[in-house]
Structures are given as C-alpha cells and as structure tokens.
Design a protein around this ligand. Structure first.
Ligand SMILES: *[C@@H]1O[C@H](CO)[C@@H](O)[C@H](O)[C@H]1NC(C)=O
Ligand SMILES: *[C@@H]1O[C@H](CO)[C@@H](O)[C@H](O)[C@H]1NC(C)=O
Ligand SMILES: *[C@@H]1O[C@H](CO)[C@@H](O)[C@H](O)[C@H]1NC(C)=O
Ligand SMILES: *[C@@H]1O[C@H](CO)[C@@H](O)[C@H](O)[C@H]1NC(C)=O
Ligand SMILES: *[C@@H]1O[C@H](CO)[C@@H](O)[C@H](O)[C@H]1NC(C)=O
Length: 430
C-alpha cells in the first residue's frame, strides 16, 4: 500500500527551524552583519550596477499600473467580489458553528507534522476562527463547484513546506465528495499527486522551495546551511509545471535566515570552479520573482488558466513582538493577536515591497493572495510542540518546550483552510 503522506517536508522543516534559531541566536550574527555591510559597500561602489543588470535580464520595460484598472474577464470566474472590497483586509470572528470546515481525523492526507490533535494539543480554539473581510463577505467554499471546475484539469501547488500545507488543506476540503476507491495520493520525488478518478482531475504539489534550481531541491535530503540558487534556472523545475490549469506558487522562508547575504550561482552546479555572486536577500528574491513571472508569461495562457502567488507566511518565534513574556514564542499561545496594526518582524516589509513592485510591473494577470497580515494575528495556529518529531527529544528539550516549538508551520484544520477560502474567492469571484 502506498503511503498517502510524503516523507519530504519534515527534514526540510526541522532543519529550517534549526537554521532560523541559529540565525537569531548566533553571537557571530553581528559580526557577519558588519562584514556584510563592508562587503556590500565595496561591491556597490565597484560593480553593483553591473551585477544587478546581469541578474535582472527581464525584457519587459517598466510599466506603471494604470490608475483605473478595468476589470478583465478571468477564466473560471462565476461572479465578482463587491467593487473595492479587499478580501485580505478584515478581522477574525469566532464561529464555532461553521468552523472547522473538516475534522482532523476525517482527512487521512494530513502529514503527521500538522496533526496537532493527534499529537496532544489540549484545546481546539485555533479551529474556530472565520475570516471576515471588512468590505464584504467571503463566498462559502463550495467543494463541488471546485471539483466540477477541475474536471479534466490539473491544479498544481509549487513551493515549500508551507505551500504543501495549503495543498493538503485543499485536498482535505475536497476529498469528502469523492468515494474511497476513486481517489489516491502518491508521491514520487518532488511531485505529489492527488487523483480524483471520476473527475479525471489531479491536485498536485511540486517541491521547489526557491522555484529556481538550488542545492536544496532534493525532496528528501537538503543542503540547508549553505544555500545556493542558480540564476536563470526556472525551466529546471518549470518543465514539470507545464500543462497545469491552475498554478499556486509560494516562496519566501527559504530566502530568509541566511543572515544578510545570499549566494547566486551564475553557471552550472557541475562547474568545477563555481561563479558565485552574493546579493542581498531582497535582490535575490526579486530575481526569482522575475524569473517566475517570465516563466508564467511564456508557458501559461491567460485566457484559459489562472496563476496565484501566496504571500509570506509569518512565523511567531519572538513573543516580545506582540508584547508577550520575555523568552516565549508560539508555544502555549491559544488566543489571537487583537491589535489590528500588529505586523511582526520587519524583514517581511522589505520583501512585501519587492513583491508589490515586481507584480505591479507584470502584465500577466497573476493573483496575489495577500495572506501575511491576516496570518500575523494567528500566533495560536502553529503546530508548536504538537507534531511528529523527527528525532527523539532530549531531556533538556522536554524540560523546556519553548526550545523545540515549531512556530512556522500551521495545524490542520486551521489557518491554511482560510487561505484556500481566499483562493476560492479569487478564483471564482475575482
Ligand atoms: C455548489 O456548486 C454547485 C455547482 O457545481 C451548485 O449546484 C450548488 O448549488 C452550489 N452550492 C451552494 C451551497 O452554493
Ligand atoms: C483527462 O485530463 C487530461 C488533462 O489533465 C486530459 O489531457 C485528458 O484528455 C482527459 N481525459 C479524459 C478521458 O477526459
Ligand atoms: C518516478 O518518476 C520517475 C521520473 O521522474 C520515473 O522514472 C519513475 O518511473 C517514477 N516512479 C513511479 C513509481 O511512478
Ligand atoms: C500557559 O499559559 C497560561 C496563561 O495563558 C499559564 O497560566 C500557564 O502557566 C502556561 N503554561 C505553560 C506550561 O507555560
Ligand atoms: C498586503 O497587505 C498589506 C496589509 O494587509 C499591505 O500593507 C501590503 O501592501 C499588501 N501587499 C501587496 C503586495 O499588495
């Protein structure tokens, strides 16, 4: 029997966690920062413009977004969201009657890193919140409408372990309508495929944490500590995305946590002497976003397909950021953050600016799922210590749960179901 659960993300997530902690705690961080400032200063005066031009090989002229964007008819749309309503701007409402949208025990596809109840979480409060936009209401998630729409089609999620969480949430939201013998889920390398046989539909996940080729691409064994991403390599993975009717990308966390600079390979991973330049995280990220958009432009038909990009998933590693106790994190958090202006750590802002810039210059209708702010409020929704651990815990860890709480990933059912409700809203009511 094939196991429905992929073995790939765990290694990734746990090493990512380690790395993030290291980045935060390392006494060498300040030194590295200083060294980087010196480095970038030298680089800037010597060759920054040159490198930047080579990396940014976009053929698109910069375009300003027209002031009054006229609504274009997007594929799959069945209606429209109220004019001027930003569905990502709103508040969480306690709704025990209508949430959760499914039970953890009733969806066999959730990987054991996300089944919080099974791993002893003592309460379920995180399951009962519903997102309420300020300007309108979200359409209710209609699984049969989505399945009918996917008949004879492929929906594909591409990205990292957070996107895998959203993918699994989507499968959980749909699978109840399909009989046991008419569905399956299999993983082969980077690709996981859920099949709804009677619908001739697939919902797929493709592991590519940077979208571009990197030395972290093996779905099981990753080189995390010294990450290198290869410029101009989008087709390496992109050839596996061709033919998808609905694509949902994400990529963010793996670009973080390197301190301040990022290694970009100019040639090939097979080169004996590697030609590597170091960029700020923002410039490296911008390069990847532009590559992704170019791939989309060259391979997707805006009249028949839809492309989404899910924004940055926030983590809750430092409780002081929301006015909590000194050394805490998401561990033991069971309430949401009430301050509507809460944002969290600042690095998210500069990446958000990059996203805003790159997307506004694109003339392909890519739909941005701006889930960062609404997820920022949800310090209660992480898996914390209630997940399958990848190595046995040490007595020191057990004595101090804060030390091993996962404040990056999210329990299912939970927050990521809302991301899919928003995806549903933007797909059918753009
Ligand atoms: C869900 O969508 C189907 C069409 O596929 C429609 O027949 C049904 O009425 C919808 N259900 C609700 C509650 O809107
Ligand atoms: C099933 O879907 C694929 C696309 O995913 C399509 O190419 C194929 O023609 C479909 N087959 C049938 C029998 O509808
Ligand atoms: C897995 O994918 C590879 C190609 O990427 C293919 O050669 C192999 O047959 C696949 N294995 C299974 C079990 O489907
Ligand atoms: C968890 O938080 C509550 C307050 O919300 C506190 O009373 C309790 O001691 C905390 N438990 C642990 C194990 O930190
Ligand atoms: C996403 O939403 C936040 C506020 O919720 C806003 O500050 C930001 O500009 C938005 N980002 C984009 C790219 O639209």
């Amino acid at each position: 029997m094939k196991t429905p659960v992929s073995s790939s993300s765990p290694a990734a997530s746990s090493s990512l966690l380690l790395l993030l902690r290291k980045a935060r705690l390392s006494p060498y961080y300040i030194f590295t920062l200083f060294a980087f400032v010196v480095f970038i200063t030298v680089l800037y005066f010597e060759d920054f413009g040159g490198i930047f031009n080579r990396l940014d090989d976009s053929d698109q002229p910069i375009q300003r977004t027209p002031p009054a964007k006229k609504r274009v008819e997007l594929p799959f749309s069945v209606g429209q969201t109220a004019e001027g309503c930003d569905v990502f701007n709103g508040k969480w409402v306690w709704d025990k009657e209508n949430r959760p949208l499914y039970e953890e025990s009733e969806c066999p596809y959730i990987q054991p890193q996300l089944t919080c109840q099974e791993h002893g979480r003592p309460e379920k409060n995180y399951q009962f919140w519903r997102w309420q936009p300020h300007g309108c209401s979200l359409p209710s998630f209609n699984a049969s409408l989505l399945l009918e729409t996917l008949r004879g089609k492929r929906m594909m999620f591409v990205g990292d372990s957070l996107n895998r969480g959203q993918y699994v949430s989507m499968v959980c939201l749909l699978h109840r309508l399909i009989l046991q013998e008419a569905k399956s889920m299999e993983t082969n390398g980077s690709l996981t495929i859920f099949r709804a046989k009677d619908y001739n539909a697939t919902i797929e996940f493709y592991w590519a944490p940077f979208l571009l080729e990197s030395n972290s691409d093996d779905a099981v064994i990753h080189r995390i500590s010294d990450r290198i991403v290869r410029r101009g390599s989008i087709n390496k993975h992109g050839r596996h995305w061709k033919g998808a009717d609905i694509l949902v990308f994400n990529s963010y966390l793996w670009w973080m946590a390197t301190g301040v600079k990022f290694k970009i390979l100019q040639g090939s991973f097979k080169d004996e002497v590697k030609d590597i330049v170091e960029l700020s995280t923002e410039d490296a990220y911008r390069m990847a976003m532009k590559s992704m958009l170019r791939w989309v432009k060259g391979n997707m038909d805006p009249k028949k397909t839809r492309v989404f990009f899910t924004g940055m998933s926030p983590s809750h590693q430092i409780s002081k950021e929301w006015g909590g106790e000194a050394n805490g994190n998401c561990y033991n958090q069971t309430t949401i953050i009430q301050d509507p202006l809460y944002w969290g750590s600042d690095s998210r802002k500069s990446i958000m600016q990059v996203i805003g810039q790159v997307f506004s210059e694109s003339n392909f209708p890519i739909t941005f799922l701006n889930i960062t702010q609404l997820s920022n409020y949800r310090k209660d929704a992480h898996t914390s210590i209630y997940k399958k651990q990848w190595s046995p815990l040490t007595p020191q860890q057990i004595a101090n749960p804060v030390s091993y709480a996962d404040c990056i990933h999210w329990c299912l059912p939970g927050l990521q179901d809302t991301w899919n409700e928003l995806l549903f809203a933007k797909l059918f009511y753009p």
